[in-house]
Every structure is written in C-alpha cells, then in structure tokens.
Design a protein. Structure first.
Length: 210
DNA sequence: CTCCCGATAT
DNA sequence: ATATCAGGAG
C-alpha cells in the first residue's frame, strides 16, 4: 500500500544511491555503538579519522575501561562535545560490562537507558547493528523528510513515526541511508542543489524551513 | 529552552 | 562571522 509519491521517492533514491549503508567504519556492534555516539554534531569523516586509531585498541567494553576517560577524551577531542561523549562512553562500557556480559542489547528500550544514547542512536543500533526494522531520524532525514512533505512533525521522533507509516518495514533502513545521502549531497541544509533534485514537485522547503 | 564543542563550509 | 555536522541531557 505504498503511495505513488512514496514509491517515486524510494525508486529515485535507489537509482541515485544504489549502495545504502553507513559510512561509519566499525568491526562489531560495540564499535558501531561507540562510532554513533561519537558522531553527534560531527561528520562521518571526522569520526572515521578518530576511530581508525581508537578501534585498534578498543574492540569491546573492557578495552574502553582499560583506556580510561582521560585518554579517551584526548583521542576524541577533535570531534567536539568530547567531555560528554567520553563520560557517556565510559559509563556505557561499565554498564555493558557489568549488566550485559559485555554485549550490546538489541532492544530499543534497553539501548535508550544507556547514557548518551537517545532515540536516533538507539534506532541506528537496532537497524544497522541488528538488522531489525527501524527508521532513525538524524538531522538530514529530519530536514529532507519535511522538505519532501513526507512529515510535518516538529520532532525527529514524530518524523520517524510518520515515515514508518508511509514506507514498508523492509525498506526503512535502506531509505534511512539514502535520505541521508540525498540530504548531504543534494538537499543540503545550506545551498541545496535544487537544480539536480529529482523531486521539485514535492518541495516544501519554504514552508518547512522555519 | 540551553549547553556541550571542534572542524569545515559558506 | 555564522551555520552546520549521523544528538542527547538537564
């Protein structure tokens, strides 16, 4: 029961971005969790630059505890918000080590309890890490979904709810990645490339960018 | 709502 | 100089 508009958006995005996967580098789900926490208000490229070195030593929660908050804080300083991120990641490592046998939980509710893990990060772990239906809404998805008139919700959670109603669950995570690519390369926050946009007829930019 | 915060683009 | 970047907590 996918609508005509939704179908066109999904089809065009698939043509534009055939490969729908995260650009964050990681070797296991714990590293994915670390990378996503680090990615707040930073770019994937900056995060990968940091984790290239960090993940040589950090493969599981214990490794982060061995490293300590101060050294972690130094290694991630270039990302910004580094004090909060370091403190939260150490707490996460303690909780996972003590209460989850060092494993990352696969449920949205359990993930949400972790410090520094909100709705967007929890959805990414569930969807990308555990391959379960989820529709994370970050700054790009939020902006693009509203500009395309797919949602008028005022919060990322509201936009996620609307997108889940519009698209079938088996398409959510790929669409999530493609909407991010579309937001980064074409429907940018500043100076969007409207000349190459496949969806001019759907654009709600003036109405949505309040 | 403000704060956290460095790197990059405009 | 200002806006933005795979947000979340108080």
């Amino acid at each position: 029961m996918t609508g005509k508009k939704a179908h066109k958006i999904a089809a065009e995005l698939e043509k534009l971005f055939p490969v729908a996967k995260t650009e964050l580098n990681f070797q296991n789900i714990f590293q994915l969790l670390v990378a996503v926490v680090l990615s707040a208000q930073s770019t994937d490229r900056q995060v990968n630059k940091v984790t290239e070195k960090l993940f040589l030593f950090v493969k599981e929660p214990r490794d982060l505890l061995d490293m300590g908050e101060e050294e972690l804080s130094r290694q991630i300083r270039s990302l910004g918000l580094y004090r909060n991120k370091a403190r939260n990641l150490i707490k996460i490592a303690e909780i996972l080590d003590r209460e989850y046998h060092g494993q990352v939980p696969d449920s949205f509710a359990e993930l949400l309890k972790l410090p520094g893990v909100g709705p967007k990060t929890a959805e990414v772990i569930v969807g990308v890490g555990f391959n379960k239906p989820s529709f994370p809404v970050d700054t790009h998805v939020f902006r693009v979904a509203r500009r395309l008139g797919l949602s008028k919700a005022r919060t990322p959670e509201g936009v996620s709810f609307d997108l889940k109603k519009i698209f079938p669950p088996n398409s959510w995570i790929d669409l999530h990645h493609r909407l991010i690519f579309f937001g980064r390369r074409i429907c940018k926050a500043q100076k969007p490339s409207c000349n190459i946009c496949p969806f001019p007829e759907f654009c709600q930019k003036e109405e949505s960018d309040v």
